[in-house]
Design a protein around this ligand. Structure first.
Ligand code: ADP
Ligand code: ZN
Length: 208
């Protein structure tokens, strides 16, 4: 299955993607994770991307489109993939369609994880991540419950940047909801529930 995950920052896309990967073995393609890795390794692309990310703005389309096209060449994506955080603009969605139709690997679903704005702001400002394994937790996790690693707050999870990311989402990304509805690929999920319940719902709608 080839799936696109849609939803505001903090809607739980990363958490659900991790569950789908663990249970079904799909390849996880997270542009946010790829960009953060580039920043950490101080590659030229990472240095360029960092200024946008710290402000909560989108990294230019051509940069992320290039990353995703390259990643889709990897063997592990052949058996199915979860795109998490991409596409985020109409330009990215159109580029993705054309790449996938060229590869003859069309999308099977666009899953929208829907959560209210106020809930999102609370979630993001209390979100913490594991430096070692990427586990997504909250401020109550002193160390990583999975591997014992150090938990940290993403530099873009402060309230001001969070508000900007939500504005960017409203303006640039919500038009994709209609785009995928038009392609008859859209499936909506209520994301304001326990992650396990959301995951059960996702498996249900995908017919697993
Ligand atoms: P979240 O979904 O929590 O906002 P991500 O980890 O997906 O976080 O993305 C973090 C940041 O990386 C974004 O705010 C943006 O600057 C950049 N980014 C990630 N994916 C894209 C994309 N598809 N297009 C442009 N910028 C992106
Ligand atoms: Zn960990």
């Amino acid at each position: 299955m080839n799936i696109v995950l849609l939803g505001a920052p903090g809607a739980g896309k990363g958490t659900q993607a991790a569950k789908l990967v663990e249970k079904f073995g799909f390849a996880h393609i997270s542009t946010g994770d790829m960009l953060r890795a580039a920043v950490k390794n101080q590659t030229p692309l990472g240095l360029e991307a960092k200024k946008y990310m710290d402000a909560g703005d989108l990294v230019p389309d051509e940069v992320v489109i290039g990353l995703v096209k390259e990643r889709l060449q990897d063997e592990d994506t052949q058996a199915g993939f979860i795109l998490d955080g991409f596409p985020r603009t109409s330009t990215q969605a159109v580029a993705l369609d054309s790449e996938l139709s060229g590869l003859n690997r069309p999308l099977n679903a666009a899953l929208l994880v829907d959560v209210d704005k106020e809930v999102i702001i609370k979630r993001l400002t209390s979100r913490r991540m594991c430096r070692d394994c990427g586990f997504i937790g909250t401020e109550t996790d002193a160390t990583c419950p999975k591997c014992g690693g150090e938990m940290y707050q993403r530099s873009d999870d402060n309230e001001e940047t969070v508000r900007n990311r939500l504005d960017v989402y409203e303006n640039s990304t919500t038009p994709l909801i209609d785009y995928y509805r038009g392609c008859e690929l859209l499936v909506e999920i209520d994301g304001d529930r326990d992650p396990e319940e959301v995951f059960a719902n996702i498996q249900d709608v995908l017919g697993f």
